[in-house]
Each structure stands twice: as C-alpha cells, then as structure tokens.
Design a protein around this ligand. Sequence first.
Ligand code: NAD
Ligand code: DAU
Length: 345
Amino acid sequence: MTTLLITGGAGFIGANLVRRVLADRPDWNIVNLDALTYAGDLTWLADVLRDPRHAFEKADLADRAQIETVFDRHPIDWVAHLAAESHVDRSILEPEVFIRSNVLGTQNLLDVARKRGVKRFLHVSTDEVYGTLGAEGKFTEETPLAPNSPYSASKAASDLLVRAAVHTFGFHAITSRCSNNYGPRQFPEKLIPLMIANALDGKPLPVYGDGQQVRDWIHVDDHCTGLLAALERGRVGEVYNFGGECELPNLTVVKTLLSVLGKGEELLRFVADRPGHDRRYAIDCSKAKAELGWAPQRRFDEGLRATVRWYREHADWVARIRSGAYRDYYQLQYGGRLAPGSPPG
Ligand code: NAD
Ligand code: DAU
C-alpha cells in the first residue's frame, strides 16, 4: 500500500483528485489534510469519508505543529500539495492571507515531509507564475517567472521554495503548472461557476473590462490525470505544464454559458476591470505529452455542458454557499462595480 497525503483535498481540484485516486488506485490510502477555509467543504466527499482508505485531517499548513501531528498519525509515503488560497481577486483584497498559506504553508510542509522521509512530493502550481502573454506565443517550462498578482507572486514564491528543497536537500519534488480548471465542485467565486450561478438566479453577469482576456480552459478531470502522471512518472526536480489547448476570450465563455443555459445576453454587465489583469494565458504542454504520455481529453463544449448539469443538480450546495459569508465577499468585490453609475470596463 502507498499512503498519499493530499493537501487541500476539501477544495475544488483536491476533492476531484481524492475521488479519482480512490476509484483508480485501489492499493493507495489517502490522508486528506485541509484547514477547511471558506473554500473547503466536505459535503461532496460525504460518501468517501466513510471509505476506510480515506482519512480526513483538519489542519492548517501555516502551523507546523499541526502538520507534525498528521505525520505522527499516518505513515505517509507521497505528498500531492494542492492546499492554497487560490482566488486572484481575494489576493488583491487581502494579500497577507496568501503569504501565510501559500508561502509559509508550503515551506512548513516541505520541511516536515523531508524530515519524515517522504519519497515523492508533487507541488501543484499555476501558469499564472509566468505572468501575461501578448497576442502570440505560449508559456513553456522555460518561460521566466513574472507573476503579476499577490496570488501568483505567492505561488511563484512557493515554486522557488520547492526548487530550493530539491537543490539544497536533494528532496524528491516535482512541480506542475496548470491553466484554468473548470468542472464540478468549483467554488462559485471563479468565472465559470459564478456566471452559471448568477444566470440561474437571473442576476447580472459581471464581465471585467472588455471581456477579451484569454484563458486556456482545462477540465479538472484532465488536470487530475496529469497530476497522477506527474506523481508516478515525473522526473525529480522537473516542472511540467498542463493546459487544455483551449484558448478562449472570457466574453466567448460567458456567452456560450448563456446559450447552454437558455438565457439572454441582457444579463451581461461590463464592469470595472480587475487591477493588474493578465491579458492572455496559453500553455505549451508538449513536455508533459512527451515525457508523461499525457494529453487533455475532454472537449470544452461537452465539459461545459456537464458542468452546467452538475451545478443545476447541486443548486442547494451553491445556494448554501451564497447565503453565508460569501455574500459579504460578493458585496465587497462587486457591490460598487454593479451599482448604477459605476464605471464601465
Ligand atoms: P480551492 O480554493 O478550491 O481549494 C483550496 C483548498 O485548500 C481548500 O479546501 C482550503 O480549505 C485549503 N487550504 C487553504 N489554505 C490552507 C491552509 N493554510 N492549510 C490547509 N488547507 C488550506 O483551490 P483549487 O482551485 O482547488 O486549487 C488547488 C490548487 O491548484 C492550488 O494550489 C492552486 O494554486 C492550484 N491551481 C488551481 C487552478 C484552478 O484553475 N483552480 C489552476 C492551476 C493551479
Ligand atoms: O490560470 C490558472 C489560474 O486560474 C489558477 O491558478 C487560479 O487559482 C484560478 O482562480 C484561475 O485564475 P483566474 O484569475 O484566471 O480565474 P478566474 O475564474 O478568477 O477568472 C477567469 C477570467 O475571468 C479572468 O480573466 C477574470 C475574469 N472574470 C472573473 C470573474 C470572477 C470576470 O470577467 N468576471 C468575474 O466576475
């Protein structure tokens, strides 16, 4: 048996990875470490919480003693590190939370994992560490790091801490950098679930700026397949990019969603832009294809329809989130932008 520690396993990608590992790796046990911040929620894992191969541990990576306790309780062989503060807009409002979880949290986890003899450590990072692209070109693993938001700067810092652990201590770590994920169980602060939830409620859809910023969309299932491939077959010290090979302007994504939902474009609202908004991301994932035998499989139109179905079927989950602390965040983030007379993009 291999015991895999997944951090952030109550979040969007982590919860999808937990379910995937339990289904596809019958000889692995999972320890799921998560602080259960606003983004962490065990509802969707209710069935797997009863699985004897899955142990949930509530712990905060910024507190090293709490990580030590988890390692005392379980014989951990491998780590997939996903826990992080993940939303760019929140990082603009409150950057220090990102330094605490993403930078200090990663260093604490690296130190404990190394001292406890962890044999493989996958650090899950983002294409945002590369900064922004013009109209041409794609990010490769050699693109210099040039993060532009407090979120991406904190992730770039964590990438460099992982690099240092490999270089200084010979620690067996691998880093992956992925483009924008979508799919079931994404917190409704992110573009696709926010637009689905607002459209279903007949509320305005806030498009930042001119809506022509480009993101490279990948289904979370394809990302999870890549994470397993990197964990099992990646070369120590290497970085692997994952992307969906699906570049789309935000406005196209939002209009496509309206059409899938059967709603009209009168719901669109062009609102003041995100400060420092990166214009275009696009990933060259040829290294992952060549070395890991990985490629994105899910078509965006099919994946988007399935995602819309998931959100329709889990309307109670979304309503519960949107009636809690999320309301205060939404007011802070969008109240001024959506108010009559607020500046257009
Ligand atoms: P998410 O916000 O949905 O989930 C993050 C999880 O981490 C939550 O369950 C939260 O409770 C937990 N967490 C946060 N701080 C913690 C701490 N200090 N200690 C323990 N747990 C803590 O995020 P996500 O979208 O699932 O992203 C997961 C990872 O993948 C992140 O590292 C993110 O940077 C990276 N990533 C995300 C995307 C994307 O499009 N969502 C793309 C590329 C990379
Ligand atoms: O590229 C990978 C990154 O993708 C991950 O590292 C991050 O964790 C993840 O949040 C995501 O970052 P983005 O900032 O690209 O995602 P978000 O869903 O917040 O926004 C996608 C695009 O849509 C971006 O150009 C901003 C725009 N947008 C977003 C929101 C929430 C809007 O126009 N309106 C909105 O209300």
